[in-house]
Design a protein around this ligand. Sequence first.
Ligand code: RP5
Length: 150
Amino acid sequence: MTGKVRVIFGSKSDLKYYEPMKEYFDKFGLEHDFHISSAHRNPDKTKKLVTEADELGYSVLIAAAGMAAHLPGVVAAYTRLPVIGVPLTGPTLSGEDALYSVVQMPTGIPVATVAINGTKNAVILAAQIIALFDKNVDEKLKEFRIKQSQ
Ligand code: RP5
């Protein structure tokens, strides 16, 4: 069994955060795709991207958004797959607005929230989830940890 990750960004203006993620997806050999879909501007598209994910074989979803960042919570509402939320910096408030929006989920619908702009950790966490059932990813994570310590 292999694991796939679906990434959803809230806006085209968030795409600058994709390149650093791609490097980490490649490092762990993780299959993934990414989409732009705002929880506010494209609610129907967002719902479709999430509800089809299970059937299409995705194991983890990463949702990244800035400002009043409802995207990760909305994504989590539509699936039982694990959702990793990434609060992004916006034009004001240094990303604290997004951090609180993403991390403060009410009981019942969790979002595993990483640091503001923590896109690389989002990929590493996705790799750790997938490594539970994918030995190749687990091996790559082991190598990564050894190199990091050195
Ligand atoms: C959020 O609002 C997006 O994730 C983005 O970070 C922020 C601003 O979006 P744009 O107005 O630049 O499209 O939904």
